[in-house]
Design a protein around this ligand. Structure first.
Ligand code: UGA
Length: 438
């Protein structure tokens, strides 16, 4: 099967790289010429472990990069739609890119003899594949779904920082579609790619779309739940949130994963998907009480960190505060909805002097704050004369911090939002999210 991928962001580029590295004939397409140029020169546009080596391999084997959607529609049997569905100004999902891509597919399909299966991997609210994407393609192509093309919803569950491993070995492949033949063809494609042990779930398009939102909402709920318990622990002398998580995580009905208390969840997915499903829920007349509480708990988390710093420094005005870690999670340079950015914004409003450090994301942050904050080139520079250091992202390099590193701080106050250091080894004032003081 000739495969086409429309949209070369995190999902599309990693999928294209994995398929191409395995010798599967694939054309990756994006309308952004700068992006195309960079990809052709074998460079990823963002930091993602293993991605560049897979991309190089794919380009030397069977991955072709193009900006021509017609080429994909006229040549491919399977067309994956992986364009972005970002947050609009209102916080709801912005479908403009997917609508545009659907129309363009339709126009190219009009005079094509192929009958491709169009597979929607982008995250879209329940009903979008059938009620928005399908009619747009039908109208532009003047062909009916089922006759001129097939359409399937196929959400993905990749985690940034792990996209290659997750693309190579997904925990589940969800296939939502009504045409048995095309569902089976897609299943066959994935079985060949992943082997016979891969788990499938077949359903209709709207349930497949809902699974994605339910998945991300549940993950966000787990994080907000543990952050809420963590706030309780912090106020109970001697209590340890990680031991609590360990204890409840052993219960197979709960599970230990996604119970790491911290500064709250960030990134381009959980905050956006939660906001979308909350708004969607209200629109269809279901009061989203639980999910709103999840969101509020997440917002509260960063405010509580500010309160903690303020309590310790009396006032944060003119205080030199170091922020370690700017990306929303480790092994990524993505700062979208990063809690560190939110923390910096609040502290700047309170006139703190901010110095930041991150192994990969500093350049992205410079574009937001310009000369309003200081960017350290090394950890020692970041900590020099600082009156408080806040560890925000659990990069490996920060787990090695020790008393020597904190020596040149003006006030040795360490706030560890991820509990990656051990209080007993430190000769500083050490406060951590979720650890009750003794
Ligand atoms: C998330 C989902 O985990 C993926 O399954 C999904 O495919 C993806 O969104 C998407 O919709 O595309 P991602 O945004 O890469 O993946 O990041 P996560 O690993 O979910 O982390 C999100 C945030 O939660 C990070 O800020 C992380 O630090 C935080 N987190 C995570 C915690 O605070 N505690 C935890 O226990 C886990």
């Amino acid at each position: 099967m000739q495969v086409g991928i429309i949209g070369l962001g995190v999902v599309g580029l990693s999928f294209a790289s994995v398929l191409g590295s395995k010798g599967i004939s694939v054309i990756g397409m994006d309308s952004d010429f700068q992006k195309i140029e960079k990809i052709i020169s074998k460079k990823s546009l963002f930091f993602e472990p293993k991605l560049e080596s897979f991309l190089k391999k794919a380009l030397s084997k069977s991955l072709e990069i193009s900006s021509d959607i017609e080429k994909i529609v006229k040549n491919c049997d399977l067309i994956f739609l992986t364009v972005g569905t970002p947050k609009s100004k209102s916080g709801f999902i912005d479908l403009s890119m997917i609508k545009n891509a659907s129309k363009n597919i339709g126009v190219s399909l009009r005079h094509s003899t192929k009958k491709p299966i169009i597979v929607v991997k982008s995250t879209v609210v329940p009903g979008t594949t059938t009620n928005v994407i399908k009619p747009l393609i039908e109208r532009a192509s003047r062909k009916k779904a089922g006759k001129g093309f097939e359409i399937i919803a196929n959400p993905e569950f990749l985690r940034e920082g792990n996209v290659i491993d997750d693309t190579l070995k997904p925990h589940l492949v969800v296939i939502g579609g009504s045409n048995k033949n095309s569902v089976n063809r897609l299943k066959k494609f994935y079985s060949k790619l992943y082997g016979s042990k891969i788990k499938f779930m077949t359903t209709n398009t709207q349930t497949a779309e809902m699974i994605k939102y339910a998945n991300n909402s549940f993950l966000a709920t787990k994080i907000s739940f543990i952050n809420h318990i963590s706030s309780l622990c912090q106020s109970i002398s001697g209590t340890n949130i990680d031991e609590v998580a360990e204890g409840i995580g052993v219960d197979p009905r709960i599970g230990r994963l996604f119970l790491n208390a911290g500064p709250g969840y960030g990134g381009s997915c959980l905050p956006k998907d939660l906001e979308t499903i909350i708004q969607f829920s209200s629109k269809i007349g279901v009061n989203p009480v639980l999910l709103k509480a999840v969101q509020q708990t997440n917002d509260l988390q960063i405010k509580q960190i500010v309160q903690l710093i303020e309590k310790k420094l009396i006032s944060v005005k003119n205080k030199r505060i170091t922020i370690l870690g700017l990306s929303f999670k480790e092994n990524s340079d993505d700062i979208r909805e990063s809690r560190s950015i939110e923390l910096i914004k609040i502290l700047l409003r309170k006139n703190s002097k901010i110095i930041v450090h991150d192994p990969k994301a500093t350049k992205n942050v410079e574009r937001i704050f310009m000369n309003k904050i200081t960017y350290a080139n090394s950890l020692s520079e970041a900590l020099l004369n600082s009156q408080c250091v806040v560890i925000m992202t659990p990069w490996r390099v920060y787990t090695k911090l020790n008393n020597n590193d904190f020596q040149k701080m003006k006030k040795k106050l360490v706030i560890d939002t991820r509990r990656i250091l051990s209080r007993k080894n430190l000769n500083v004032e050490y406060l951590a999210i979720g650890l009750g003081l003794n």
